[in-house]
Design a protein around this ligand. Sequence first.
Ligand SMILES: [Zn+2]
Length: 418
Amino acid sequence: MIEYQREFVDKCCSGLCRSCQKQGLMPVLDLGPMPLSDGLVSKTQLDHVDRKYPLELAYCPNCSLVQILETVPPEMLFCDDYPYYSSFSDALLSHSRENAMNLIDRRGLNGESLVIELASNDGYLLKNFVEKGIPVLGIDPAQGPAKEAEAIGVPTMCTFFTRDLARKLRSQGNRADVIIANNVLAHVADTNGFVQGIKLLLKDDGVAVIEVPYVRDLVDHCEFDTIYHEHLCYFSVTALDRLFRRHDLYLNDIEKLSIHGGSLRLYLEHRESPKSSVRSMLEEEAREQIDQYPYYENFHQSVQTIRSQMRQMLSGLKASGKTIAAYGAAAKGTIMLNYIGADSELINFVVDRNIHKQGKYLPGVRIPIFEPERLMRDKPDYVVILPWNFKDEILSQQTSYRMTGGKFIIPIPSPAIV
Ligand SMILES: [Zn+2]
């Protein structure tokens, strides 16, 4: 039995579950104060102190939802400078295109249909429907990505999706054949309101297709760096089933996906008619006791082990005169490097293909971000892959660096050199 800090335990006990609203959460992991993972620091902000917020994970014994305790106001996370543009990842683009084509086919979508995407970002997914002449509406609060979506012909409302917005759209005659929400359900503070909004906006025979990271992959592969302030919830199928059922939406099909380190694609409808995929995953979760607290109890220990192994590996390399850089200024990277305490003394720089990130610094650890070509120019001996979920894509893009003897370090599920 792990000894948690009294303060953390008390905070869990008094906190309300984001889904079932019951009190009495149980402690899982305390990562300590962390900066906002996407809050990249510009040159003019270098003399400011990066604000840090507690990052604590807890489990609800009533509905089995794993969640963080702190809610940072969404305006601070997703607006103005939000640097995440989906179109910078080739893997995500092809994953999205395939998803769109399947939906068009499966649901027989045409010029009379309406596809709405919540958190549509830069139109990376909806553009596939637009190409086929299917009407779409994107909803996303981040101005930069929303503007780029409009520029490529994807109509986009630049705002947060809420129950009230759903009600307004419905009263204007908009109801969707398909509602897509990829990697956003875990981000919203009003979890129940978001699901109610989907219920309101979905046609009677419509389908909502939702992708969320799977809590089982988080725990089994020790993906602790996917825990950050934007990610409020970490779902199991059991927790999702209980959440949707509360709002008369039914989980009728599930696919397991390998993207983002392990995700679920859920198909929801107004009427219950579950395929065997749903029944078998619920049974599997009951068998593995994913709906029981002890399943989460050793996670804390495994995370600390990765921290000490990474520290040991990096400081050992540094002590023997090796130079180290990192690849991918993703949110994961902020958490990984801040948690293991690797600053610019240890890691000289990070490279990233996203031009909006280049020239800035990772928050907390203040490591500068450059363009990927820098790897060939400076030839560091080792490069830590921070977005390890895209490691295959990154390794194949970096063949020439590897040919010159450069090595990569992959931190998760346990630190390895390739
Ligand atoms: Zn709950």
